[in-house]
Design a protein around this ligand. Structure first.
Ligand code: 16G
Ligand code: ZN
Length: 533
């Protein structure tokens, strides 16, 4: 350990606040930006250790609090293939973050080195990025101190979307190998996506312009960079691009606002014309919501479930047309939040699996299919092509021109889609491709199925850990007896469904309910909430 003499001095400069307990959860560490200094320093050290453990492969660190308010911030680690940090290391992250003093921290580091059998002589490489939050620069400085303390080689990706950071990690680690994933630069990302998009819509009638609500976050930068590359193939009209206006981030706009309130962001009210498509990103541009205004001037939301239905249907048809139906099985992964109508629609067409909330669960389940489509209702999702499928696509000999065209489209989709993580920009382009191919407007897309009215409420309880679930969070096993009461209530509602789960990101319990009519969905949600309270 003698090579790391800088640790004590630097650790003393980033003392832990004694009254706070940190937890590396579904979204990494996330809380008020003002209490994260020590956490960022320690995450720097952990990222270095993770890289050493993986023989010097580059690890990613993203500083963001996504759709949360501007004063929040957070940090998460990205593993070498661009995926979430391996679950077994989440505990190491929490241990380091909670070490009370510098000497406790050093002991904790030594314990991890022993436990995970880390060879400290290996190199360490870390690429990091941040969103547009005002607390970002200071937190990145703390992170850099942590990287310096563990002697990791830093690469600054600057202000980037979360999916771009994931892309960079994957491209850096596959550079010059047969698994190469693209050029390891932000420009490489824009070129890869826009190139694939243009090939996929070549010869199609360009769609009318798309309004993009950037949530006053980093997605605004990304849109301004990719727009020129898309040229005439797609016209984007960015809104909510005020990335430096204090308090604007995610405020009355963005994907979470749209999904939670099922309303048009007020800032778009005079801009979205009847029939026109619009979409919203969240603060780090990994979630996407679509919407339009119908003929009766009603706001219509097209959420992650609608995206899954649109995309899965398209991929299945391409596989059939390419003559690959018996070789490549397409499946869909959802969570309990998926609208019942979407599950019904999808299950009539292909295998559907339900897993607990959180990207890592969806991602892993999707990897089990040859092509796995996963979307959370909140708009986070992507499509994964297994290695075997990518090889099948690369070697398949089409026997008709139609087969050849479909095969090319599939190959281009593997380029367009960010397979490391859900990506608002990549998903937006994917939706636009399908709409262009299907000649769909928002209305036709919306008509694939009719959403069941639903309601989500949060309940503040004394101890949310008392709520334990099974069956992909659809059943409560504790507190004892509660599930039976919920079942009795649900039975009284036409088309009723409801479940209760503890939040992984807030100190609350969430109650979801749906029913055949809106007033009944609301009533069911509030009555179940009444049981929980
Ligand atoms: C996190 C998850 C998201 C999930 C949400 C649920 C990741 C990267 N993000 O934002 O997938 O939908 O948590 O929050 O896993 P909740 O547990 O508070 O309902
Ligand atoms: Zn996000």
């Amino acid at each position: 350990f003698q090579h790391y003499q800088e640790i004590p001095r630097l650790a003393d400069a980033h003392p832990k606040l004694s009254h706070i307990r940190y937890q590396y959860g579904t979204a990494g560490f996330r809380t008020l930006g003002s209490v994260l200094d020590s956490v960022l320093f320690r995450v720097g050290i952990l990222a270095g250790l993770r890289s050493k453990k993986l023989d010097g492969k580059t690890i990613g660190v993203m500083v963001t609090a996504s759709h949360n308010p501007e004063d929040d911030n957070g940090v998460k680690l990205v593993d070498p293939r661009g995926e979430m940090l391996e679950a077994s290391w989440e505990a190491h992250a929490s241990t380091l973050a909670n070490a009370a003093t510098t000497s406790d921290l050093i002991e904790a580091i030594e314990a991890i080195v022993r436990f995970a059998k880390i060879d400290l002589s290996k190199p360490a490489r870390v690429v990091y990025g941040r969103d547009t939050r005002p607390s970002g620069p200071a937190l990145v400085a703390s992170l850099r101190d942590g990287l310096a303390a563990i002697r990791a080689e830093p690469r600054d990706a600057g202000i980037v979307t979360t999916p771009i950071l994931h892309y960079l990690v994957r491209t850096i680690n596959t550079k010059g190998t047969k698994d190469t994933y693209g050029d390891d630069s932000e420009e490489g990302y824009y070129e890869k996506l826009s190139g694939a998009f243009k090939r996929l819509v070549a010869g199609k009638q360009p769609l009318p312009p798309l309004i993009v609500d950037c949530a006053n976050g980093v997605g605004a930068d990304a849109i301004s960079k990719i727009s020129p590359q898309l040229g005439d193939s797609l016209k984007l009209i960015p809104h909510n691009t005020a990335t430096s206006t204090p308090g604007a981030l995610n405020n009355l706009c963005g994907a979470d606002y749209v999904k939670t309130l099922q309303k048009l962001p007020p800032s778009l009210a005079n801009h979205l014309k009847i029939g026109q498509r619009g979409c919203s990103f969240d603060g780090d541009a990994d979630r996407l919501m679509y919407f339009y205004i119908d003929e009766r001037n009603q706001f219509r939301m097209l959420d992650g479930d609608k995206i899954a239905a649109l995309v899965a249907g398209f991929v299945v048809d391409l596989i059939k047309t390419a003559g690959l139906e018996s070789d490549v099985k397409v499946g869909v992964v959802q969570t309990a939040y998926a609208n019942g109508s979407s599950t019904k629609y999808l299950a009539e067409r292909l295998p559907v699996r339900c897993v607990p909330t959180g990207v890592k669960h969806l991602h892993h389940a999707a990897e089990r299919f040859d092509i796995g489509v996963y979307f959370e209702a909140n708009g986070h999702g992507t499509v994964l092509f297994s290695t075997g499928t990518q090889e099948t696509l690369a070697h398949h000999e089409p026997s008709t021109p139609a087969q050849s065209t479909a095969l090319n489209h599939l190959l281009n989709l593997t380029q367009l889609i960010n397979q490391s993580v859900g990506d608002a920009i990549s998903d937006m382009l994917l939706v636009e491709v399908v709409l262009a191919h299907r000649l769909y407007s928002g209305l036709e897309w919306d008509s694939l199925y009719v959403d069941l009215p639903n309601r989500l409420v949060k309940v503040i309880v004394e101890d949310r850990h008392a709520f334990q679930t099974e069956d992909a969070e659809r059943q409560l096993v504790s507190p004892k007896g509660l599930q039976g009461k919920i079942d009795d209530l649900v039975r009284r509602y036409d088309g009723g469904r409801s479940f209760v789960r503890p939040s992984g990101t807030e100190d609350v319990v969430r109650v979801y309910a749906e029913a055949a009519i809106k007033s009944q969905a609301d009533e069911l949600a509030f009555r179940v909430a009444g049981l929980v309270y």
